[in-house]
Design a protein around this ligand. Structure first.
Ligand code: NAD
Ligand code: G6P
Ligand code: MN
Length: 449
């Protein structure tokens, strides 16, 4: 008989919580759970989600002990896994991350450019706090972290909690691989064995084979060169803004037809196009608040009122099943091959050994073992060196409370045209984030700027 596991979802009030709970409930045969807890620092928000989760659990697995709490001790005691997806500052701050840069004609995005930097400065403290709760109350547990911006958060955990059992992950490659599988007419992305390298939201596939070792890249490339990552008979059409992103992959791909790109590279290769198509008064945060947030909270309210999910439209977050794969790999030493964000340490031979890179790893009981990438071409190396420096400077700025380093980080971002614009954006971001960022010292006050 397998052991059954105790899990806490940190960021219990997240719009993704019900889908992940349904996904966990759908996988109980492979990954048994005896206790599921939700933790959030916003009690009111979490309670709305928790009420519905309680009904879902009662219907599907009433033996699971369920608890929603804002008390760290209660939440983090006696758990095997912490699944973390917090958003420090919530959508109100995401909206500002997106709108402030756009005011200056610069990309306004959740994880890329100045918006991602601002979000990083908020997330670092929140995620470190979760790690500390875990290590205080359940020192043997693993944290599976998908709180964004994962690149900056991962660098912060490397610098500040180097021995902690925390793994940073992202679902974007999986979402794209689902599309590749559809393009090829495969039943699942799991029929593909991939090689990929880069930073989080900044990487490339170099090889995609089937289980027999046949090269699938030529067929995918031919399609992406014409249609981007839009499959011909798409099973489920993405929202319009995501559809644009998948289409844009056609142009992103042209920069290096030897590889297949992560869609997030569009913000670095075509920032002007991204700005042009943005509405500075209604950004992705507004779309999410009007769409996913309203929908999820509305559905949860319905479930609670009816005390039944019979009429609910909430779906299993199927593509998030990689979270179960990762937990199972750690629990059962499955040796699953997965893309994770890990310290480079020679995996990419000609790249900073201390960089946090996203590469395939073999995952077992003792954590991930990265698969060697070897040497990478000058184009990717140059781009990654610039971007990883942005990410490292943000973490240094957070640690040292340095305005100067944060200004350097913004200036170095390929999305920002010059140092003056970087400073104007930064000064607005400092003001907007004063409740969340550490107070920054040694501000450069040269009036001539
Ligand atoms: P959301 O705002 O709906 O949920 C986030 C929750 O975190 C909120 O309930 C909020 O109260 C809570 N929270 C904020 N700060 C906290 C803290 N310090 N301690 C405890 N709880 C805190 O956001 P969402 O859109 O559902 O996204 C959640 C997170 O998941 C975000 O970071 C998002 O970027 C991330 N995400 C990551 C991936 C990935 O690929 N890594 C994919 C999807 C979403
Ligand atoms: C992808 C990325 C995540 C990001 C999300 C944004 O899933 O991997 O890191 O948070 O997209 O999606 P949204 O719908 O919130 O704009
Ligand atoms: Mn991601």
């Amino acid at each position: 008989m397998n052991k059954s596991y105790s899990i806490v979802i940190a960021g219990g009030g997240s719009t993704f919580t019900p889908g992940i709970v349904l996904m966990l409930l759908d996988n109980l045969d492979d990954f048994p759970i005896s206790r599921l807890k939700l933790y959030d620092n916003d009690e009111e928000r979490q309670n709305k989600i928790a009420g519905a989760c309680e009904v879902l659990i009662k219907e599907r697995a009433p033996y699971i002990e369920f608890l929603a709490t804002t008390d760290p001790k209660e939440a983090f005691s006696e758990v095997d896994f912490v699944m973390a997806h917090i958003r420090v500052g919530k959508y109100a701050m995401r909206e500002l991350d997106e709108k402030i840069p756009l005011k200056y004609g610069v990309v306004g995005q959740e994880t890329c450019g100045p918006g991602g930097i601002a979000y990083g400065m908020r997330s670092i403290g929140g995620v470190l706090e979760l790690i500390d709760f875990m290590e205080t109350y359940s020192p043997d547990a693993w944290m599976l972290n998908y709180s964004n911006p994962a690149a900056i958060v991962a660098e912060a955990t490397r610098r500040l909690r180097p021995t902690s059992k925390v793994l940073n992950i992202c679902d974007m490659p999986i979402g794209i691989e689902d599309r590749m599988a559809q393009i090829l007419g495969l039943s699942s992305r799991k029929e593909m064995i991939v090689r990929y390298y880069g930073l989080n939201h900044f990487g490339w596939w170099t090889s995609i084979c089937d289980k027999a070792g046949n090269d699938l890249m030529p067929a995918i490339k031919e399609h992406v060169g014409k249609f981007g990552y839009i499959p011909k008979n798409e099973q489920e059409q993405a929202e319009a803004s995501w559809n644009d992103t998948f289409k844009k992959a056609r142009e992103v791909y042209q920069l290096d037809p030897d590889t297949l790109p992560n869609t997030y590279l569009q913000y670095y290769f075509y920032p002007d196009d991204m700005v042009k198509k943005s509405n500075p008064d209604f950004t992705r945060a507004n779309e999410v608040m009007e769409g996913r947030e309203k929908f999820i909270f509305g559905e949860c309210e319905k479930i609670v009122r009816a005390q039944s999910s019979a009429d609910s439209q909430i779906k299993i977050d199927d593509h998030a099943s990689y979270i179960v794969d990762l937990a199972r790999a750690l629990a059962y030493n499955t040796g699953e091959r997965m893309l994770l964000i890990v310290e480079n340490n020679g995996t990419i031979e000609n790249f900073d050994p201390t960089a946090m890179v996203e590469v395939p790893c073999i995952v077992g009981k003792n954590g991930p073992e990265p698969i060697t990438v070897g040497r990478i071409p000058q184009f990717q190396k140059g781009l990654m060196e610039q971007q990883v420096s942005v990410e490292k400077l943000v973490v240094e700025a957070w640690i040292e409370k340095s305005y100067q380093k944060l200004w350097q980080a913004l200036t170095l971002s390929q999305t920002v045209p010059n140092a003056r614009t970087a400073k104007l954006i930064l000064d607005d971001l400092v003001e907007a984030n004063k409740d969340y960022w550490p107070p920054l010292a040694e501000k450069n006050l040269q009036p001539s700027l």
